[in-house]
Design a protein around this ligand. Structure first.
Ligand SMILES: Cc1ncc(COP(=O)(O)O)c(C=O)c1O
Length: 397
């Protein structure tokens, strides 16, 4: 009998963390591995943000903070939501957490009762279904395909809702597909939620600033459902602050109070120094963010062209985030050196072993037809990685 709870035994290891680990192990043996597995900007945190953190330390801002974050940080988030997104919130609607990841966990654990259904369009970010398991909810998946640019329709949403549905979770821009919902598309979904007042919406907007087509649109802009929307956002992707661990929820006061209570029993407020850096990031303007976005767009275009030239890959042009999610089903059943590829996880391992390029198989994103490649790496590395992938895939027959 296992000493461990069913809760942990049923939880899957994060596939992105696992692949990064495998890549690092291979690299430690002296192999030149190019890692396209992690969702992390390869830029440094901008100087003015680091400076604010240094000053916080010098001023001994090293004590416990309010659980939901320093008051001026919550105010800075409110100002950002107003000026950038046209959304009205109050500081008490904001709960700052240890990364957007904790913000998501807070919201799901505060909203979902055991047995309640959570609708998640596939492919989805790896942690969504796992945190639903922790809440003992039931994930209900809506499948999308590369042909529909991985976006669900209002009719698909309507068909998935039952009296037991409690929550709908999605990201736009999306990890892993890079798809971005337009205002019209969001309005189509919002109309379905209007007819179903028992359903809450978790809108993960962490890639808001990595959007190549338009200004960011939040589903919270539709007043008739705003009270049921929990916005998830943070600093990790926009300000290259993945290691600082800071994100937030913006929601109704009822949900914010619940998240504050949940967090107060698990981690308390996130790092005091990080919070000062968070204020500096939001008060410092978007210049560095826009520079990063420009670089990501250039890389996207380079990688798209190169991936499109590989026989057997079906690729869409992502409108946001920094991932490609090509369909690789044409390689299933093919072999090399006596080893047959049966699914996208096996293809991902084949690419690590043969091409020394770390990617992530689609299974943990709820879509075993594809693999995910991050293009948050230097241009020369990306070009070399895709060359190696092409060469390795050509060996399969
Ligand atoms: C869609 C999505 N949501 C949330 C997160 C978590 O972000 P954070 O680093 O702020 O916890 C990530 C990180 O990869 C992500 O891709």
């Amino acid at each position: 009998m296992s000493a461990l709870s069913n809760r942990i035994n049923n939880l899957s290891e994060s596939a992105t963390i696992k692949m990064a680990k495998m890549g690092r192990e291979l690299a430690a043996k002296g192999v030149d591995v190019i890692s396209l597995s992690f969702g992390e900007p390869d830029f440094h945190t901008p100087e003015h943000i680091k400076e604010a953190a240094k000053q916080a330390m010098d001023k001994n801002m090293t004590y416990y903070t309010p659980v939901a974050g320093y008051p001026d940080l919550r105010k800075a988030v409110v100002n950002k939501l107003k000026t950038e997104n046209g959304l009205d919130y109050e500081p008490t609607d904001i709960v700052v957490s240890t990364g957007a990841k904790q913000a998501i966990a807070n919201a799901v654990l505060c909203l979902v009762n055991p047995g309640e259904e959570v609708i998640i369009p596939t492919p989805y970010w790896v942690s969504y279904s796992e945190v639903v398991k922790l809440a003992e909810g039931v994930s209900v998946f809506i499948n999308t395909t590369v042909e529909q640019n991985f976006k669900i329709t209002p009719a698909q949403l309507e068909a998935a809702i039952t009296p037991k549905t409690k929550l709908f979770m999605f990201s736009s821009p999306c990890n892993p597909t890079g798809s971005v919902y337009s205002k019209d598309e969001l309005e189509g979904l919002a109309k379905v939620f209007e007819k179903n007042p028992h359903v809450y919406i978790l809108s993960d907007e962490i890639y808001e600033h990595i959007n190549y087509i338009d200004k960011h649109e939040s589903i919270a802009q539709f007043d008739y459902i705003k009270d049921r929307v929990v916005i998830i956002n943070g600093w990790s992707k926009a300000f290259a602050m993945t290691g600082w661990r800071i994100g937030y929820t913006a929601s109704s006061k009822e949900i914010a109070t619940a998240c504050d209570k949940m967090q107060g029993q698990i981690t308390s407020g996130t790092c005091s120094i990080t919070q000062r850096a968070g204020v500096a990031a939001y008060e410092g303007g978007l210049e560095t963010v826009l520079e990063m976005r420009k670089a990501f767009k250039k890389r996207r275009d380079i990688v798209y062209k190169l991936l499109s030239e590989i026989d057997g890959l079906q690729v869409n042009l992502p409108d946001g985030a920094f991932y490609f999610f090509p369909n690789v089903t044409s390689f299933f059943g093919k072999s090399y050196n006596g080893k047959t590829i049966n699914d996208s996880d096996e293809l991902s391992i084949f690419l690590l072993e043969e091409a020394h390029v770390a990617t992530v198989g689609g299974d943990s994103f709820g879509d075993p037809t594809s693999i995910r490649l991050s293009y948050a790496a230097a241009e020369d590395k990306l070009i070399e990685a895709v060359r190696r992938i092409k060469e390795a895939l050509a060996k399969l027959s």
